[in-house]
Write a protein that binds this ligand. Sequence first.
Ligand code: AMP
Ligand code: GLY
Length: 421
Amino acid sequence: MKLLVVGSGGREHAIAKKLLESPNVEQVFVAPGNDGMTLDGLFLVNIGISEHSSLIDFAKEHQIAWTFVGPDDALAAGIVDEFNQAGLKAFGPSKLAAELEWSKDFAKQIMVKYGIPTAAFGTFADFEEAKAYIEEQGAPIVVKADGLALGKGVVVAETVEEAVEAAREMLLDNRFGDAGARVVIEEFLEGEEFSLFAFANGDQYYIMPTAQDHKRAYDGDKGPNTGGMGAYAPVPHLPQSLVDKAVATIVEPVLKGMIAEGRPYLGILYCGLIVTAEGPKVIEFNARFGDPETQIILPRLRSDFAQNITDILNKQTPDIQWQEDGVTLGVVVASNGYPLDYDKGVALPAKTDGAITTYYAGAKFDENGKALLSNGGRVYMLVTTADTVSAAQDNIYTELAKQDTQGLFYRKDIGSKAVKS
Ligand code: AMP
Ligand code: GLY
């Protein structure tokens, strides 16, 4: 069969590469993808993620068996509904189910209604009311734009003034446009963060290995928030009992709740969690795979990925198998300046072979179509699997030290929370 993946980042590279490993898959197209993916035999389609009708035409013309949707904005724009209306299969939640991600207030309402543990909160469209709530609650406190804001809509404020300023920027200065027309203001939760992913179909779910992202730009969790600078899976110091509790108190009730709301959930459910003294609590739901978590989770899948998704789409029970031993760890290499302004056009090191996989995000061929150049904030990611976190770190950082990363930077401490614990 032929498959289509929608998106262009490292996440989509990892999804498409894994799909191509399946014996029944002849060809995987990625729209729009990035040039680095072609080194792995993937075919790029020059159609943007918001051009739904062109994507549908392409899928029909090329007899695509089904389409895997990577990015949140495409899901929020209802791409899966449009594919389905055109008689095509697509893996991802409907627009209404994806509201778990595209409205933080909606996600909070669901959590309250179905008793899912999360931070105490208030939702405000009026600045003066938001300000009064912040002053009443005190700091630290977290201010979140209700809608999608490219991961930049969350301010963890250390002081009341900072929180009020964040609410002002969102509600009065329109910093995030409509996405910030309402804000969710929530209690600051203390504890270690991890991500829990599941394949979901109605009330059926299949849990993936736990993962831990590193969202800040610089070592020691310093600097601005980014899309994610590196990750590893599974998180060895999280006890199975904690994962079981997260599944029972979060994954199961949210999926049941979405059915009760008439919005059954099909796709990847991404739970961003914090381990508090009272147990795991939700800081966010996403309606898709994470980036960079996908690049370290999918290499651990031992079953036939394309068959697993086909089965889920056909409402059959997939046979999903994960590698049990070792740890998979990956480090993102980004353009100097990311997540703010950055240069493009830096020559990239050769793609790695063997034990270390290179996943490309912002990569583009030069004019001759030969050398890969940087073309985005996050540029590429190196991923490997080893017996322990520190062995994986050694392998990746030894390779990175050999590469010419001029004009680029990466964190040197991915996985160090696990090593320390
Ligand atoms: P999000 O975009 O929702 O993932 O939030 C970005 C980051 O803000 C998270 O990775 C957390 O580190 C932090 N954060 C979000 N909500 C809270 C909260 N209620 N308490 C503490 N930290 C939070
Ligand atoms: N790694 C964070 C995200 O995908 O949202």
